[in-house]
Design a protein around this ligand. Structure first.
Ligand SMILES: Nc1ncnc2c1ncn2[C@@H]1O[C@H](COP(=O)(O)OP(=O)(O)O)[C@@H](O)[C@H]1O
Ligand SMILES: CC(=O)N[C@@H](CCC(=O)OP(=O)(O)O)C(=O)O
Length: 259
């Protein structure tokens, strides 16, 4: 099977023009098949505030009412996705920007209301992703650039966490490719001390993950990232790596494994 790298970048990198520019140059130099998945949560919150809408996040997921959905759709599927595609074209990567609605590539289900009503937020299963279409686009020499907007197949757009999109796309493509999933952000990896970029934990398995969580070393946004990572590994993804977006070619990073 051919190797496929799925790389996810978040709001911390996207928000900083220079970092994004440098990341896109590095991404362009990666040989072989690749897909870029992007969030942009930080910038979306800023845009919401500037429009007088208070951002609301519960357990790292955005409560998305109709007005918020309009703004995040414009921000993720519009401004951010198109800026990334243009930046990759500048670097001679034939990028194709996609929301989940485009080509029906990711069909989600609106999150059911339980203790929290998340509004227009989409949940995914591996079957939500059209792996055949993504495989065909890769076969044409295109590099898909997927944003955090999906749809439900009944005309409703949904906001979906970008880490979850990356993991679900990785699982869906693992029957066609040997998939390596990279979560890239603004730190060197999963750290023993979140304020010390030299304290990278080289390897984490399921047992050490539980211990690190209980010790309060892994907290906040890193918890759903690692939950998504271990789900992906248990469903056929070959390797998951967490590291700095601007050091993708360097050995400093965290590798996750089941055992
Ligand atoms: N042990 C840890 N090592 C590194 N980051 C951690 C750790 N525990 C918590 N974090 C937090 O997780 C954040 C990354 O998650 P998130 O904010 O969701 O990133 P992104 O928006 O790039 O997906 C880091 O910026 C950091 O604040
Ligand atoms: C439902 C939900 O939480 N959606 C996320 C989608 C963007 C995202 O995941 O961005 P980062 O990767 O930069 O965090 C949000 O609106 O914040």
């Amino acid at each position: 099977m051919k190797k496929l790298r799925i790389i996810k970048i978040g709001g911390g990198i996207i928000d900083d023009e220079l970092s994004l520019h440098q990341f896109l140059q590095l991404f362009a130099r990666i040989d072989g098949l690749k897909i870029l998945v992007h969030g942009g949560g930080k910038g979306a919150s800023e845009m919401l505030r500037s429009l007088g809408i208070a951002p609301q996040l519960v357990n790292g997921r955005r409560i998305t009412d109709a007005a918020t959905l309009d703004v995040v759709t414009m921000f993720y599927a519009g401004k951010t996705n198109k800026a990334i595609v243009a930046g990759l074209q500048q670097n001679r990567v034939n990028a194709l920007g996609l929301s989940g609605a485009d080509g029906n590539v990711i069909r989600a289900v609106k999150r059911p209301v339980r203790e929290v009503d998340y509004g227009f937020v989409g949940d995914l299963r591996p079957a939500s992703v059209d792996g055949a279409l993504l495989g065909a686009l890769l076969g044409l020499g295109l590099t898909p650039v997927i944003c955090a907007i999906t749809h439900d197949g009944h005309g409703q757009l949904l906001n979906t966490n970008a880490d979850t999109i990356a993991a679900t796309v990785a699982v869906a493509l693992s029957s066609q490719f040997t998939v390596e999933l990279h979560y890239c952000f603004e730190k060197n990896g999963v750290l023993l001390d979140v304020n010390d970029d030299d304290s990278v934990i080289a390897r984490i398995n399921l047992t050490s993950y539980v211990e690190l969580k209980e010790a309060g070393i892994i907290t906040e946004g890193m918890i759903p990232k690692l939950d998504n990572s271990f789900d992906a590994l248990s469903q056929g993804v070959n390797k998951v790596i967490i590291g700095h977006a601007l050091k993708i070619n360097e050995p400093l990073k965290t590798v996750l494994c089941l055992n």
